[in-house]
Design a protein around this ligand. Sequence first.
Ligand SMILES: [Fe+2]
Length: 393
Amino acid sequence: MAMHTAYYIFPDQVHLGFGAAHLVGQILKAEGGQHAFVIADPGVASAGLVAPILASLAEAGIAHTPYIQVIPNPDCASVDAAADAYRTSEADCIVGIGGGSALDTAKAARIIVAGPQEGRVAEYAYRLGDKARPHPPQSRLPFYVAIPTTAGTGAEVTPWAVITDPDERLKFGVGGPHSVPNMALIDPELMLTLPAFLTAATGMDALTHCIEAYVSTNENPALDPMILQAIAQIGRSLPIAVAQPANRAARRDMAEAAMIGGIAISSKWLGACHALAHPLSSFANVQHGLANAIMLPHVMRYNLPDAIERYARVNDALGGPAGTTHARAESAALMVEQLRHGIGLPARLRDVGVSESLIAPMARAAYELDLNWWTNPRAVNVQVMAQLYREAF
Ligand SMILES: [Fe+2]
């Protein structure tokens, strides 16, 4: 029964480019939408990014209920509350605006509202490959337009949402092939005012998606060239986007690279770096992209023996030095560190509020509760996880 097929999940529709967000009204109108539930986080709303979306909806004659209550690292209660508010609103479609937290809140709430009234988000969680409640049929899911305001998560094109369970200090995934947003409106205009730190951290999340997917044990060769292209784009454009926030070419490059990262992980999944990053958020509140930025070079050095050819090409994409395959592969982690340093992010866990006593429980969480290391190119165990945290400490 060991038939090997390459399994791909591609996005649904995407508009990418300056002005894309303004299409939201006419798109929902064409889909027969009459009332949009608009999920956004308060920071994005106060930055003025939600008002033009509401104006586009109004212009198309679509009623809207704004729900500006997304929290960072959305937890079960916040997702269940968003689903309840959607039901009360009697909306028939969803717009999510923001970074990964907003897009994931919307993505997860969309699943709940398509299921039975009493369904709660935790019941749809992947836990060791099992779910307490089945994913609702695709035909019941409201049309979902995802509008990212960061170039990072790629959540606008991925099938899963990442939700935090505060009781178990655990991040879990919900979703499946049918939960890819129906429409991604990727508009770099919305990213021109993103502050330097968030530009840097979310950009490193996108880079981590590309690099972890590129070396993952899931083989999806049709994606390889586009992933290398995205790595090169991030290496070239992330420092410019951080230093010159209004640089339109750099912002567009990053928006596209983050989308490619999302496409890459949808099929190829992630690796040990994301397994290590999630506990850093749930135990110590480290921003997700920053957690990846700190852990990634350590994971790359650990993985090196099992990903030499691929890391050599990552080095080349990042503009690293020529040399033997082995030397170029070794240089890839250094190139990531130089990029991280150049955009002003810290290098050590002790610099971002992590205490050493957390290493043991975080290592257990990374190995026992997180599924992302499944596709890491080199096998890991709980001792390896602890060692990688200690190296990064
Ligand atoms: Fe990520």
